[in-house]
Design a protein around this ligand. Structure first.
Ligand SMILES: NC(=O)c1ccc[n+]([C@@H]2O[C@H](COP(=O)([O-])OP(=O)(O)OC[C@H]3O[C@@H](n4cnc5c(N)ncnc54)[C@H](OP(=O)(O)O)[C@@H]3O)[C@@H](O)[C@H]2O)c1
Length: 370
């Protein structure tokens, strides 16, 4: 298929090549492939807001789905898309809350979806597909953090089920609409919390190891980054590109499971690293990944502060960059297959033999989990 036909209205600039330079991070003993994780110096940064990312660009005619697009970072993501002219479908598990939060926004539709319940995902996707619309932008934003141990009907731990597997199923079910857009983008909200834990293929649902809510969150956020990487390898032939995002530290209801004291110490620990972002700033990297022409021709990359994040080694002391276990295409493929097994959902698209985002091999020491 002619690639020029796959470009959507916000893809209007030539591709850029990204140089790979991972040499200084090489450490034995495990050899893996890695992604083009080199900042492009976008001109934006940590304090950029979603509106500033868009500038004067219009998104009229674009249809977007933003999960959890009615609270925190997602609410501001919806607002920015709506103000730029996009139609935004917001699937909500608490519809009254969503209607109240989104009141007065133009072209915003509240739908029903609970990512913890597989049947609810299928039902929402079927309704969307039934509308015969193309889906230009899918922002897999909804999430929970630090939840007590619970598992869904499939036996999947709640943070993994909500943050990763529910979105995996949703994306796969919406695939025909994404293809129809002939140039769509999918954004997966990850987190710098991915640095806490690689995906544990031996015991992802904490059946044999003690439950740790932070390890579970970190695992789910590593899964989000790996998901975007594997998805991009499958979507590129159809013009579907995928990105993962750390939005920054934003004070939202995401901390709802944390006791007061834990919230206080988490906020001061985050502030010691950098000032907290507003929700408008938190939404900026999602909007950048979903719409910016600066990312044309790219995908499968982890972004933060409106730029491509740097690849950093496992033991990197600073809370930024993408760790090796969240940018490894071999792990991404393994997780993809596991996710297919868990959900029973497969895409007709096969992975490209060598994902376009893969450019080099490096070595790293696997993380030591506490
Ligand atoms: N805030 C941060 O500092 C931060 C940092 C790094 C990454 N992130 C990531 O950014 C994303 C957004 O976080 P946020 O801070 O904006 O959180 P938030 O304010 O708590 O919003 C999360 C949204 O997800 C929805 N949601 C949760 N479980 C759901 C389910 N089972 N089905 C459908 N929707 C569900 C929530 O709906 P209800 O309100 O109805 O429960 C809410 O609308 C998350 O993926 C998070 O991991 C946030």
């Amino acid at each position: 298929m002619d690639r020029a036909l796959l470009l959507s209205p916000f893809h209007d600039r030539p591709r850029q090549n990204i140089r790979v330079d991972l040499g200084q991070h090489v450490e034995p003993p495990t050899v893996i492939m890695t992604t083009k994780q080199t900042p492009i110096h976008s001109g934006f940064g940590a304090t950029t807001t979603a509106r500033e990312v868009l500038g004067n660009r219009r998104l009229d005619g674009i249809t977007a789905v933003v999960t959890g697009g009615y609270a925190g970072v997602g609410l501001e993501t919806t607002r920015a898309l709506s103000k730029a002219g996009a139609t935004v479908v917001v699937p909500a598990r608490t519809r009254d809350k969503a209607r109240a939060a989104l009141a007065g926004m133009d072209r915003v539709e509240v739908e029903s979806l609970d990512l913890f319940i597989p049947e609810s995902i299928d039902a929402f996707a079927a309704r969307f597909l039934g509308s015969n619309r193309a889906l230009n932008v899918l922002i897999n934003n909804a999430g929970i953090m630090g939840a007590p141990l619970a598992r869904n009907a499939r036996g999947i731990e709640s943070q993994l089920a909500t943050n990763h597997l529910g979105h995996f199923q949703l994306t796969a079910r919406l695939w025909p609409a994404l293809r129809k857009a002939r140039g769509a983008r999918v954004v997966a909200l990850s987190s710098r919390g991915h640095a806490r834990a690689a995906f544990d293929f031996d015991d992802p649902n904490f059946e044999r190891r003690p439950y740790d809510k932070w390890i579970a969150y970190g695992q789910s956020k590593s899964a989000n980054a790996l998901f975007a990487l594997a998805l991009d390898g499958r979507g590129e032939p159809d013009g579907i590109r995928a990105f993962s995002v750390h939005p920054g530290a934003v004070a939202t209801d995401l901390m709802r499971f944390m006791p007061e004291e834990e919230i206080r110490s988490a906020v001061s620990a985050a502030e010691a690293i950098s000032p907290l972002k507003s929700s408008e700033q938190g939404a900026a990297t999602s909007i950048w990944c979903a719409t910016s022409p600066q990312l044309d021709g790219m995908g499968g990359i982890y972004c933060e502060d409106c730029d491509i994040a740097e690849a950093v080694p496992a033991d990197f002391p600073q809370p930024r960059g993408v760790r090796p276990w969240a940018s490894d295409p071999v792990l991404a493929e393994r997780l993809w297959k596991k996710s297919e097994e868990w959900t029973g959902v497969t895409l007709e698209n096969r992975p490209s033999s060598r994902p376009s985002s893969v450019t080099d091999s490096v070595e790293y020491i696997p993380p030591v989990l506490p």
